[in-house]
Ligand binder design. Structure first.
Ligand code: EPS
Length: 409
């Protein structure tokens, strides 16, 4: 079973990650991983911290001569900022009373985390619950993508809107209808915005916000500037897609074997994510059965296909060969730059304003890379479960055999 663990604090020495049960013989492309790490650090609206860091993966084990060995892969990502926090983050030095934090920020892990662990300094919670940890997850997702690329499985992600500015939830279906109109004989069916479309994918790449359309980007940037001036923060809507997934990853046989359930857990566990939808998601509730479900066809080559993808590529907890599509909402970051939110001192019960700390006004573009990575891990987990083997050649044989004999797709 593919699994990983992360450790590390936001202003500690760095992040340590262990990936277990990753097969041997996979050629590791370090540039691909570092490129994803760079993308996670970028995006309009980020704070000063990203000017300090240049995230790079440093393998500690499990990779030799450019290939995975089958042993646990471990890697380190350095926090350059540690040098500025040594006095407060040193493993041995005691923390001076005046630098301890007792006022939890609403919306953060501060409140429940410090009560749960009986801590008298909220910094112990915020350091670990920080989204800095997502650098580890992006590297894990990139390693999974490297394996899956060999089987024609591709990933994409984008920002749909920033605080509602951009493609709105309702509009997505409008776009889908427009885009699918030539292809689609069913007037009610919703087609996905195809993130793999040449124009769309170029737009995303060229956008500082990883948005689909430049006219949205200018408005969204202006909105971020406004939020910054007001000392506030803003969230947004993110989408990720996967193409080339064979039919039958995941299973209908047990609740925790379902691909959509595992994707939802993986994505929901990302800091600040508040909803996860697959395909038409919430909109499915407003459609009739005849409008919602994606009719099945067989092409001249004998391969199955659909004209719509409301199911988001997953039916009965299994991939159905269509594009897998995930949409999720990110809430605004709870660390604000102005004292808007009320809180209390956990020691004295005194009414206070939530403490202010350097933060990002908007980290939605960064989070879109994290979402893509979380989905990549879930797909890889089920890919290895289905085609599993200890080495790349064995997995390839299993995959080729399945695709040739059991699946016309
Ligand atoms: C974060 C606050 C900011 C972000 C950080 C997550 O850090 P700092 O407090 O040092 O300014 O930049 O994210 C990262 C460091 C990162 O690499 O994503 C928080 O409170 O969650």
């Amino acid at each position: 079973m593919l699994r990983f663990l992360t450790a590390g604090e936001s202003h500690g020495k760095g992040l340590v990650t262990i990936i277990d049960n990753f097969p041997a013989g996979v050629k590791i492309d370090e540039d691909f991983i570092n490129d994803k790490l760079r993308l996670r650090q970028s995006g309009y609206g980020r704070g000063a911290r990203q000017k300090i860091e240049t995230d790079k993966i440093e393998f500690l084990s499990g990779v030799r001569g450019g290939l995975t060995t089958g042993s646990p892969i471990s890697f380190f990502i350095k926090n350059k900022d540690y040098e500025n926090w040594r006095d407060r983050m040193d493993p041995y030095k005691s923390v001076p009373e005046e630098s301890k934090i007792h006022t939890p920020r609403p919306g953060h892990a501060d409140f429940a985390g410090s009560i749960k662990f009986g801590l008298d300094d909220i910094r112990n919670v915020l350091e670990r619950s920080s989204a800095r940890e997502t650098a580890s997850r992006v590297a894990v997702g990139a390693i999974c993508q490297i394996l899956l690329k060999n089987f024609g499985i591709e990933f994409a992600s984008a920002v749909l809107n920033i605080g509602g500015v951009g493609v709105e939830a309702d509009e997505i279906s409008g776009e889908k209808k427009k885009k699918g109109s030539e292809l689609n004989s069913d007037p009610f069916a919703l087609n996905l915005i195809d993130l793999f479309d040449e124009v769309i994918s170029r737009n995303i790449k060229n956008s500082e916000l990883r948005m689909l359309y430049s006219e949205h980007e200018e408005k969204a940037k202006a909105f971020i500037d406004k939020m910054k001036a007001e000392g506030d923060t803003v969230g947004g809507l993110i989408t990720a897609q996967v193409k080339g997934v064979p039919v039958g990853l995941g299973s209908f046989t047990q609740w925790d074997e379902k691909l959509d359930a595992q994707i939802a857990m993986s994505v929901m566990s990302i800091q600040a994510i508040k909803s996860v939808e697959i395909g038409a998601g919430v909109k499915s509730a407003y459609l009739k059965g005849s409008e919602c479900h994606d009719s099945i066809y067989c092409g001249s080559s004998g391969s199955f296909y659909r004209k719509t993808d409301n199911a988001g590529g997953i039916e009965g907890g299994m991939s159905n060969g269509e594009i897998i599509s995930v949409t999720c909402a990110m809430k605004p970051i709870p660390t604000l730059m102005k004292p808007y939110l009320d809180t209390v001192d956990l020691n004295t019960c005194e009414a206070k304003k939530a403490f202010l700390e350097r933060s990002d006004v908007c980290a939605v573009p960064a989070a879109s890379i994290v979402v893509e990575s979380a989905v990549a891990f879930s797909i890889c987990y089920f890919f290895l479960k289905k085609f599993g083997g200890d080495g790349f050649a064995e997995i390839k044989r299993n995959y080729d055999g399945y695709c040739k004999n059991e699946n016309k797709n």
